[in-house]
Design a binder for this molecule. Structure first.
Ligand code: HEC
Length: 120
């Protein structure tokens, strides 16, 4: 009887090693793409989005629904327009008819554009 328990214990341990080594493999194979996407999303949510909500959505969200491609408070739309957003705020053409953004905020749009470019 004892030997059976020993045997089961060994099978069990082998199972644990098999699982942990295969999950290591998964980590190793995780495409850089996913990391870059997560980084861009985190940067967007924590840093850039509050600026967009404050300075852009009064015009760009309006009565449009969330799928509107110029509603930049939605990650997908901001991602698709990352370069164009940076160019506009850097040139001072956006916010339209408003003061040019402070350099610290323009830098955030630039950082976001760079993070987005790393995804592809
Ligand atoms: C006062 C209203 C207003 C504000 C505030 C505003 N926008 Fe705009 N934006 C517009 C309008 C209107 C257009 C359409 C093009 C035009 O009339 O210049 C536009 C166009 C754009 C475009 C170009 C779309 C394209 O590809 O043609 C981008 C990018 C953009 N805005 C980014 C921003 C960002 C980023 C902010 C915030 C920092 C912002 N806008 C704030 C009104 C505004």
């Amino acid at each position: 009887m004892k030997r059976i328990f020993g045997f089961i214990a060994i099978i069990f341990l082998l199972g644990i090693f098999a699982c942990s080594s295969s999950s290591d493999d998964d980590d190793g194979m995780m495409p850089d793409n996913d990391q870059a996407l997560i980084e861009a999303q985190n940067y967007f949510n924590n840093t850039l989005r509050p600026v967009i909500v404050d300075k852009c959505v009064s015009c760009h969200e309006g009565k449009h629904n969330k799928n509107d491609r110029f509603n930049f408070s939605v990650f997908t739309n901001a991602r698709n327009s990352a370069t164009s957003m940076f160019n506009q705020v850097d040139a001072g053409t956006m916010p339209k008819d408003g003061d040019k953004l402070p350099q610290s905020e323009i830098d955030m749009f630039e950082e976001f554009r760079d993070l987005v470019n790393k995804i592809n």
